[in-house]
Each structure stands twice: as structure tokens, then as C-alpha cells.
Write a protein that binds this ligand. Sequence first.
Ligand SMILES: [Zn+2]
Length: 110
Amino acid sequence: MPVRKKDPLLGNQQRRNFVVFGVPFAVLVLVGVFFCRTLTSFFLVFVPAAAIGLAGFARETKLFRRYRCPQCGARLSESPRKNGQPIEFFCQHCDVIWDSGFIESEVSGG
Ligand SMILES: [Zn+2]
């Protein structure tokens, strides 16, 4: 029987990703919503906001698509699951199920 373990790194990476991309994105969007009254200022704020948002989204996707076993470094693919189920990665080499700490949601598409 495989052992179930929680991956402590993925949560950290995801949090850092949120701080690096999510916070500036949110700030720019708020600034745009509250202070932009002209089309030029709108573009000045929303174009970088969209770029940051896309970069953050791409990075987050990569985090899950290119997941590596924290123990042996093997590339693992996500185990099949449905909405509302935890996102897990099974390493055959270590016989460990890594729990990402995240729940599959309709937002992330699956
Ligand atoms: Zn492994």
C-alpha cells in the first residue's frame, strides 16, 4: 500500500506565486477600477495587469503539470480525479501518494 504524505513545498511555491503575481495583479486591477477615467490610463494599468495575471496563471499551471516527487525527483503526473477531490501525485518509485494540499475545483478546469 502506498503511503500518503503531504508535500510541504508545493504550498510554499503556490503561496510565493500568489504573492509575486496575484498581489500585483489585484493591486493593478483595483487601481484601474478606482482611478482610471481615460482610455489611455486604462490601458496603462490593465495591459500589465493582464500580463502579470497570465504569467501567474502559466506558472501555476506549470507547478502542477511539471510536478516532481519531493523525495526522488521523478516527474509525476496528476492522478485522475473529479471536482472536489484533492490534487494528488503518485510516485511508483517511492510508493508515496503526495497530497498537494489543493482541491480540484471547477475554476482550475481539471
Ligand atoms: Zn519518488
